[in-house]
Ligand binder design. Structure first.
Ligand SMILES: [Zn+2]
Length: 245
């Protein structure tokens, strides 16, 4: 898709973004969605980028920066990792992120999170991380994470902006609005720490049943939809007085 067309479409559904200053006064949690090899590492699988991808590598870099700050402050991080049983396909996607393979592991730049005490890792076998946090007994690991840590604001990062990030954000907003996530008030989506995949029309139209998915436009639509549901979209995240606890 030519960039002037994308610009034209973006003008029709603009997304105004704010900047977020995280202070010690508001207990903030970081949610990292699917920053796994199967979606982020070149050549790692059916849904991985086929060539180096600026939007995806930028998302990983910003997520690493945030994760380091949150760990330094010992603030809660919730990382969901896409992870499927080999016999249970996820229509309409081809097989991906099979449990136990490298595809369903955090990218190398984030693997250290596995050993951090403030990090909760949740494997999920569906698109929506909120649904993927449900246990058989009806409890929800994400809801417990919000409540047990008294989280008042949550910041989302990861992939894909318009799929797994969006669905999780929308469910979190609905749950918050129903009073299920007290004391959560604000749901932020950090645009520079989100990315989506590129599957342009000229490729998709040669594959039967495939849906075109132009990266820049779909990333924008994801942010637009999140904002329309009540999330705050930010393009800058900074920390108040680092080191002061
Ligand atoms: Zn999946």
């Amino acid at each position: 898709m030519v960039s002037s067309t994308v610009d034209l479409l973006k003008k029709e559904i603009p997304v105004e973004q704010e900047s977020l200053l995280i202070s010690d006064d508001v207990k903030t949690g970081l949610v990292l969605v699917d920053i796994v090899n199967g979606f982020c590492t070149v050549g790692a699988g059916n849904l991985a980028p086929v060539a180096p991808d600026k939007q995806i590598s930028g998302m990983v870099d910003e997520s690493v920066r945030l994760a380091k700050m949150f760990c330094e402050k010992n603030w809660p991080i919730y990382a969901v990792l896409d992870s499927h049983h080999p016999d249970v396909p996820e229509h309409p996607y081809p097989p991906h992120c099979i449990a136990g393979t490298d595809e369903s592991k955090l990218v190398p730049a984030l693997q250290w999170l596995e050993n951090e005490p403030n990090v909760t890792i949740r494997h999920k076998d569906c698109i929506d991380g909120f649904v993927g946090s449900m246990e058989k007994d009806g409890s929800n690991v994400f809801v417990d994470w919000i409540k047990n840590n008294s989280i008042q604001a949550v910041l989302f990062a990861g992939i894909c902006t318009d799929i797994c990030v969006l669905d999780f954000v929308c469910s979190a907003l609905s749950a918050r609005n129903r009073g299920i996530l007290t004391p959560l008030k604000d749901v932020y989506v950090y645009s520079a720490a989100c990315a989506t995949f590129d599957f342009p029309l000229h490729v998709a139209q040669n594959i039967k049943g495939a849906l075109a998915h132009p990266q820049e436009l779909m990333h924008h639509v994801g942010l637009y939809t999140a904002k329309g549901r009540g999330a705050k979209v930010v393009n800058e995240v900074s920390f108040d007085a680092p080191g002061k606890m």
